[in-house]
Design a protein around this ligand. Structure first.
Ligand code: UDP
Length: 412
């Protein structure tokens, strides 16, 4: 069996935690790896966005990444990518016809831009299309403090709706994402299937806190609050820093942030955070780290006492899952997938109003009672034990098997 995975705007080989690299890159790479290990051949197609992106890379047996030339070979803002989708799609089809004899069993598109390509490929090859959206434009709007940032999203919503209409299965990462798709896009629930994400337990596992701290040069004995991810307003790190500032009024604590700027507002957001770290009680207490690969990132989780996820919206929230896998308590916003990953009061806390006071109170609560924090970490670990990439791959294959006897969903 052969799956063509489309990851148009960002490569599964890119470093997550900066620019366009985030949970989706991790998802595509890990899912393709897990499928390949089950004997399914995965061809991942991505846009060549640097001069080094040439031809194909064999990541491991059964998993190859193919760079498709479409538009300038450099990073482009997302709003400029729509114009090159057609060119990219032609390149993918050319590869499938010349290198794969026109044979694939499934197209799996990731994100709306890839969905546009996947939709065309589905009709050209007459194969089912599964779509994972990762983020949904209408869901992003729910969490926006200023509802209209001057960003015209009608085009994206139009495409999302159209791709959903012709997807043979829409893969949601959790119940809340499935609910958004049904409610916000008016999609029949039968078209949606939940495929939970996984975590690489070879890296993300409980371990010695002090050893982790000395390995990465963090204070040995002080309390540490950790946030991880792409720095942009959607992630709420500014709110997180304000909450830690409030906690500092009661106890000594360090705030560690791992990740780099992402999106049009990323650089400004990072500058705001750096400015905060230079004044008041946060001075000397806030530490910035560049994006880290998973094998090193796991030490950051181990080094922490609590992981803070103050996002405005989160379709799933891999960071919360990685924190759980390393047995750390989590303080998170009560949004999207975070509401399923964090068991409120048991494996961490969910903050419903996303207020500085709300986050500060929960962080202090966990830090002030280290036994309770450790017990929550253990609960987090047990609660999420079933989340593995191999399970994700198996769910996807089950859905494909279910679908095989059915007619393809057709447009309109
Ligand atoms: N990540 C990473 N290195 C970093 C920061 C983040 O590898 O320095 C990874 C992180 O481990 C997680 C992903 O980026 O797997 C972020 O996924 P999440 O679902 O939390 O957020 P998204 O980027 O999808 O909004």
């Amino acid at each position: 069996m052969r799956i063509a995975m489309i990851s148009y705007h960002t490569s599964p080989l890119a470093q997550p935690g900066v620019g366009d690299g985030g949970g989706m890159n991790v998802y595509v790479r890990q899912l393709a790896t897990a499928l390949a290990r089950l004997g399914i051949h995965c061809d991942v197609y991505t846009r060549a966005d640097s001069k080094d992106d040439v031809g194909s890379v064999r990541v491991e047996p059964g998993f190859e990444v193919h760079f498709i030339e479409s538009g300038p070979k450099r990073d482009l803002p997302k709003e400029r990518l729509l114009q090159y989708v057609r060119h990219f799609t032609d390149g993918v089809l050319r590869h499938i016809f010349t290198e794969r004899n026109g044979h694939v069993d499934l197209v799996h598109a990731n994100y709306w831009l890839s969905g546009i390509a996947g939709h065309t490929i589905k009709h050209e090859l007459n194969v089912p299309l599964f779509t994972s959206f990762h983020t949904l434009e209408k869901a992003k709007k729910i969490g926006r403090e200023s509802p209209d940032d001057g960003y015209d999203s009608t085009v994206r919503i139009w495409h999302e709706q159209r791709v959903m209409g012709c997807s043979d299965a829409i893969l949601a990462s959790c119940g809340p994402e499935a609910e958004w798709i049904t409610r916000l896009y008016n999609v029949d629930p039968f078209q949606i299937r939940v495929v939970p994400l996984g975590v690489d337990r070879a890296f993300f596992a409980p371990g010695d806190q002090k050893m982790a701290r000395s390995a990465i040069g963090l204070p040995r004995d002080d309390k540490i609050v950790l946030s991880v991810g792409r720095v942009q307003p959607l992630k709420g790190f500014l709110l997180g820093a304000k909450a830690v500032e409030r906690v500092l009024e009661e106890m000594d604590v360090h705030f560690v942030l791992v990740g780099g700027p992402s999106g049009p507002e990323g650089e400004d957001e990072l500058a705001r955070l750096r400015a905060m770290s230079r004044r008041g009680t946060l001075k000397g207490r806030m530490h910035f780290f560049a994006p880290q690969p998973h094998e090193i990132l796991s030490s950051f989780y181990r080094a922490s006492d609590v992981v803070l996820v103050p996002s405005r919206t989160e379709s799933f929230g891999l960071v919360a899952l990685e924190a759980s896998a390393t047995a750390k308590p989590i303080v998170a916003s009560a949004v999207g997938g975070l509401t399923t990953l964090v068991k409120d009061g048991r494996s961490g806390h969910l903050v419903r109003d996303r207020s500085v006071e709300g986050f500060a109170a929960k962080i202090s609560g966990v830090l002030a009672h280290s036994d309770r924090g450790e017990a929550m970490g253990r609960n987090a670990y047990h609660h999420t034990r079933g989340f593995t990439w191999s399970n994700s791959a198996k769910y996807l294959l089950e859905i494909l098997e279910d679908r095989q006897s059915n007619e393809l969903v057709l447009c309109g």
